[in-house]
Ligand binder design. Structure first.
Ligand SMILES: [Zn+2]
Length: 254
C-alpha cells in the first residue's frame, strides 16, 4: 500500500510537468525555457511555489506575487495524474506493463486537454507515440509485434473510413491517435476503447444538446472521449469482457 502512495506522489510531480506541456507546446514554446513563471506578472516561481497541489491550496488559488487567479487546471491535472498512476500500479504491480501504461496514460492526459482546449491532437505526441508503442512491443514483448502492427493500422483505417463517410466531426488527429493507441495496446483493446468512448461521447453530446448547452452545430472534440474509453478498457476491460460474455451465454442458453 505504501508503494501506491509513493506512486501517487510521483504522479503529482509528473502531472505538474504535464501541465507545462499542455500550456506551452500548443503555443510553440519550449518546455524547458523560460523556467516556470506566473503568466500574469511573469515572476519566476520559487521551489516553494512549485509543490504540486499544496502550493495552489496554500496560496488560495492565486499567484502569491500579483494575486491573479491561477487556473484550476493545474491542481486538477496533478491530482488526476496522481490517481491514475496509483490505480495503474494497483492494476499492474511493479512490472514492465506498469511503466508502459504510465507513459501512455500521461500522453492521453495531455492529448485530452489539448484537444479539449484547442480542438487539435498534436502530431508531436501521436507520431513519437506510435514509434514508442511499437518499439515497446518489440523490446518488451508484452503484446506481440504482430498485434501492435495490426493495432497501428486497423483502428486508424476504420476511423479514416468513418471520417470520409461522415464528413466533419472526426479529424486526422483522431486517426493518428487511434494508430498510437493501437501500437501500445493492440487492435482489440483499441477498438473496444474507441467503441466505449464513442458511446460515452454520444450519450454526453445528446444530453448536453437536450439541455440546450450545445446545439447541432457545436463541435465536440472526439479525442478526449477516445482517451477516456481507452482508459476504461485498460482498467476494466477484463471485467467488461466477462460481463459481455456472460450476457452473451445467458442470451443463447436463456
Ligand atoms: Zn503573478
Amino acid at each position: 500500500m505504501s508503494t501506491a502512495i509513493y506512486i501517487f506522489i510521483f504522479g503529482l510531480i509528473v502531472g505538474s510537468f504535464l501541465n507545462v506541456v499542455i500550456y506551452r507546446l500548443p503555443e510553440g514554446q519550449s518546455i524547458i525555457k523560460p523556467p516556470s513563471h506566473c503568466p500574469q506578472c511573469k515572476t519566476k516561481l520559487k521551489t516553494f511555489d512549485l509543490i504540486p497541489v499544496l502550493s495552489y491550496l496554500a496560496a488560495g488559488g492565486k499567484c502569491r506575487y500579483c494575486g491573479s487567479k491561477i487556473s484550476f487546471q493545474y491542481p486538477f491535472v496533478e491530482l488526476l495524474t496522481g490517481f491514475f498512476f496509483s490505480f495503474t500500479y494497483l492494476k499492474f504491480g511493479i512490472s514492465v506493463e506498469l511503466f508502459i501504461m504510465l507513459l501512455l496514460i500521461s500522453a492521453l492526459i495531455v492529448i485530452s486537454y489539448i484537444d479539449y482546449k484547442y480542438m487539435i491532437i498534436p502530431n508531436y505526441i501521436t507520431y513519437p507515440g506510435i514509434v514508442i508503442g511499437f518499439l515497446s512491443a518489440i523490446i518488451f514483448n508484452y503484446i506481440s509485434i504482430f498485434d501492435s502492427l495490426l493495432g497501428i493500422f486497423i483502428p486508424s483505417l476504420l476511423l479514416l473510413l468513418i471520417a470520409f463517410i461522415f464528413k466533419g466531426g472526426m479529424g486526422m488527429g483522431d486517426v493518428k491517435l487511434a494508430a498510437m493507441l493501437g501500437s501500445f495496446l493492440g487492435f482489440e483493446m483499441t477498438l473496444a476503447g474507441i467503441f466505449v468512448g464513442s458511446l460515452l461521447g454520444s450519450v454526453i453530446g445528446l444530453t448536453l444538446m437536450g439541455f440546450g448547452v450545445l446545439d447541432r452545430k457545436s463541435r465536440i472534440p472526439f479525442g478526449p472521449f477516445i482517451c477516456i474509453g481507452t482508459v476504461i478498457i485498460i482498467f476494466f476491460g477484463d471485467v467488461l469482457f466477462d460481463w459481455y460474455l456472460s450476457l452473451f451465454f445467458w442470451l443463447i442458453t436463456g
